[in-house]
Design a protein around this ligand. Structure first.
Ligand code: CDP
Length: 279
């Protein structure tokens, strides 16, 4: 197919400006059986992330007595792309799983969970370029949802060069026909970018273009980071609401009342003793 014009009158094919992200939707805690989970949409990408653990590692010989073992599996559903993808792992998914695991590993406080394993599964249900970065964003939320101790949040976005322009968050057409594609992930700590967790590049950029790409990526991830945080907060607010009035909350309240009554009884006995002594 002939390369379409990707930028017309300063706008991209989907009407976005160069510095604009696609619409993003993030929801934490969507799977009942996982310890942590997340559903994320970034443009037409649809991703599910599930985290299991920290839990016992099988097979046992993979255990590390000093820290947790992290496993990350990126998988694309056969129906996620235009041309049916053969199910199962391939070179691309093995590579993406490896680099994504390496991006998350230094951020997870592995030393707190010796001999255990933390498994991260990400499933691409619908793909439209930038799936590895979208998956990392979902995985990070799912890890926090699972209560895994983290040094910060991993937030990722891709930047591309299309028709000579550096643009944020490329979609499929831009990825296919663009001159360069640069997925980047950052470690964000206390609301500030601390370091680069992943950086890959397909194509060529000049040093100046790379600087611009980095600038756009930084702007983009701060917006995504905010949405990741909000998704986690929403999940905990929801849990808080569910907790109030629940059987567990009533039990805690009964115990508290019992303790209070005991305390009062004791105080009264002490007072009576005191009065007896004074008489
Ligand atoms: O998805 P990401 O940009 O991280 O990785 P990529 O290897 O640069 O793939 C770009 C896009 O190509 C994917 O997001 C899919 O939309 C598409 N793709 C496809 O159509 N069929 C495949 N077997 C693999 C990727």
């Amino acid at each position: 197919m002939e390369k379409p014009k990707l930028i017309v009158d300063g706008r991209r094919l989907d009407g976005r400006g160069f510095e604009e992200l696609r619409p993003i939707k993030i929801e934490a805690g969507v799977l009942k059986r996982a310890d942590g989970s997340c559903y994320l949409e970034m443009g037409k990408n649809k991703i599910i992330a599930a985290v299991y653990g920290p839990r016992e590692v099988h097979p046992r010989h993979l255990q590390d007595p000093s820290k947790a073992v992290i496993r990350y599996r990126y998988n694309m559903a056969p129906f996620s792309v235009e041309e049916r993808k053969k199910p199962g792992p391939d070179r691309r998914s093995v590579e993406i799983s490896k680099v994504s695991r390496e991006a998350l590993e230094p951020v997870i406080m592995k030393e707190l969970f010796p001999r255990s394993g933390i498994d991260v599964f990400v499933e691409v249900l619908q793909a439209d370029a930038g799936t590895r970065t979208a998956c990392l964003n979902a995985a990070s939320v799912a890890l926090i949802d699972a209560g895994v101790a983290m040094r910060g949040m991993v937030t990722a976005v891709a930047v591309a060069k299309v028709d000579g322009e550096i643009v944020l968050d490329p979609m499929k057409e831009e990825d296919n026909y663009g001159e360069a594609d640069v997925p980047i992930a950052f470690l964000i700590r206390n609301g500030k970018i601390e370091s680069i967790a992943l950086l890959q590049m397909d194509g060529r950029l000049t040093l100046e273009e790379m600087r611009r790409a980095m600038e756009l990526a930084k702007k983009g991830v701060m917006q995504i980071y905010k949405l990741q945080r909000e998704a986690i907060m929403r999940k905990y607010m929801r849990e808080g609401e569910d907790y109030e009035g629940s059987e567990e909350a009533m039990e805690v309240e009964r115990e508290r009342e019992c303790e209070e009554a005991k305390g009062e009884g004791e105080k009264e006995r002490e007072n009576r003793k005191e009065e007896g002594r004074n008489e």
